[in-house]
Design a protein around this ligand. Structure first.
Ligand SMILES: Nc1nc2c(ncn2[C@@H]2O[C@H](COP(=O)(O)OP(=O)(O)O)[C@@H](O)[C@H]2O)c(=O)[nH]1
Ligand SMILES: [Mg+2]
Length: 374
């Protein structure tokens, strides 16, 4: 039997243990509570991020780095890999016919495909069956074709050659990614040290200016959209005047993109072009056509139409991340003699990669040991 004193002593010791145990639980409970809170407000946190946070703190694009390394070409790479494997492993006489048909599906365009087939046919049979030889011969030929219209490095680096404001018109049909691409370009140009202005020349859709305004905030650049002005040519004119007056280095003008078949759109673009020329005292420095890479051959027709209307200086291929039609870039450069300048590889502000023919060809072919000399 224990005495009353001993009984109370035991109760006291148990009570002390309970208190210590509870004190140890507090930090654990606290951290799990705050974790829950963070989770519930994570979308708000993302919206309020500074652009620099997109690089440094767990941004979506950081986790998608390989996409940038392959220039968004992983789907295109898979396609070409399967085609070439099949070719080198088939002894059948019809394999060139099959290869030709499959390369057409790769959206390289008929001229490019015919040339590649004729070069491969001239190789000795033993070399036709070596995947490495085939890849290095194709790499040499594709690089040659991509040198037909070289993307100016100074354009990709946002150099203005002392031409301020450096004015870029961004055109393309609806939904290809013009506004998104302007956001990405503005962000990259600002990071390159330029003072950037973006102008809402798409007055056709009410939400278009708002969308560009959001991108300008994300990119931390200035936004221009004069209220009540419905004529896109007048917006462009006033934007150039503002850029001149306020010492902007870089002006990006968004435009509407109703169907390219629409006569009105092309007339409107001509008018915008003339308007910029008038305000600037010379032609705009760049006219970028934005193309959705998943559109394949249809995109080639679009570029041709725009080229007939205004002097196009470069193409930006978007949505490469979801497309196996990266071969389009070769078609554009080789046949239309227009450089491909950037590739859009996703929906976030950093998902824009400067086009580089060496990296492009290596990614397309899934790596090349050496480029065979001609
Ligand atoms: N996956 C992906 N989506 C893109 C890319 N560029 C644009 N988009 C999406 O394409 C859609 C249309 O873009 P928007 O800029 O409004 O096109 P616009 O009508 O030509 O101005 C939007 O949902 C964008 O997020 C890209 O490179 N990759
Ligand atoms: Mg738009």
């Amino acid at each position: 039997m224990i005495s009353v004193t001993e009984h109370w002593l035991l109760v006291g010791i148990v009570a002390v243990f309970i208190v210590i145990f509870l004190l140890m639980l507090i930090p654990i409970l606290r951290s799990s509570f705050s974790l829950k809170n963070n989770n519930s407000s994570s979308s708000a946190v993302v919206l309020e991020r500074e652009p620099s946070d997109y690089i440094d703190v767990g941004s979506p694009s950081r986790t998608e780095k390989p996409k940038k390394e392959t220039m968004g070409l992983s789907k295109t790479q898979e396609f070409f890999k399967a085609v070439l494997h099949k070719f080198v492993n088939t002894a059948d006489e019809t394999r060139f016919e099959h290869l030709e048909q499959e390369l057409y599906l790769g959206d390289l365009g008929p001229k490019v495909v015919e040339h590649l087939i004729s070069v491969l046919q001239k190789l000795p049979i033993s070399q036709q069956q070596s995947l490495e030889t085939i890849k290095s011969v194709l790499a040499r030929e594709l690089l040659g074709m991509l040198s037909g219209a070289v993307a100016g490095a100074q354009v990709q680096d946002f150099q203005t050659d002392g031409e301020n404001p450096y004015v870029c018109l961004v055109v393309g049909i609806n939904g290809v990614g013009k506004t998104t691409t302007i956001g990405k370009l503005a962000y990259a140009a600002r990071k390159a040290g330029r003072k950037v202005l973006v102008a809402a020349g798409d007055t056709f859709r009410a939400a278009a200016a708002e969308q560009l305004s959001v991108w300008s905030q994300r990119a931390h650049v200035d936004f221009f959209s004069p209220p009540q002005v419905k004529d896109p040519a007048a917006v462009a004119f006033q934007a150039v005047e503002k850029a001149k007056r306020e010492g902007y280095d870089y002006l990006l003008i968004d435009t509407a993109g109703r169907l390219h078949g629409s006569h009105n759109l092309m007339e409107e673009l001509k008018k915008i072009y003339r308007s910029v020329t008038k305000a600037l005292g010379k032609n705009p420095h760049q006219v970028f056509v934005v193309l959705d890479a998943s559109g394949g051959q249809n995109g080639i027709i679009q570029v041709q139409k725009f080229k007939e209307t205004i002097p196009v200086t470069g193409v930006i291929l978007t949505k490469m991340d979801g497309s196996s039609k990266g071969g389009m870039a070769v078609h554009i450069v080789n046949d239309l003699k227009i450089p491909v300048l950037w590739l859009g590889v996703g929906e976030s502000i950093e998902d824009l990669v400067p086009f580089d023919s060496n990296r492009f060809v290596r990614s397309l072919l899934g790596g090349v040991d050496s480029v065979s000399p001609s």
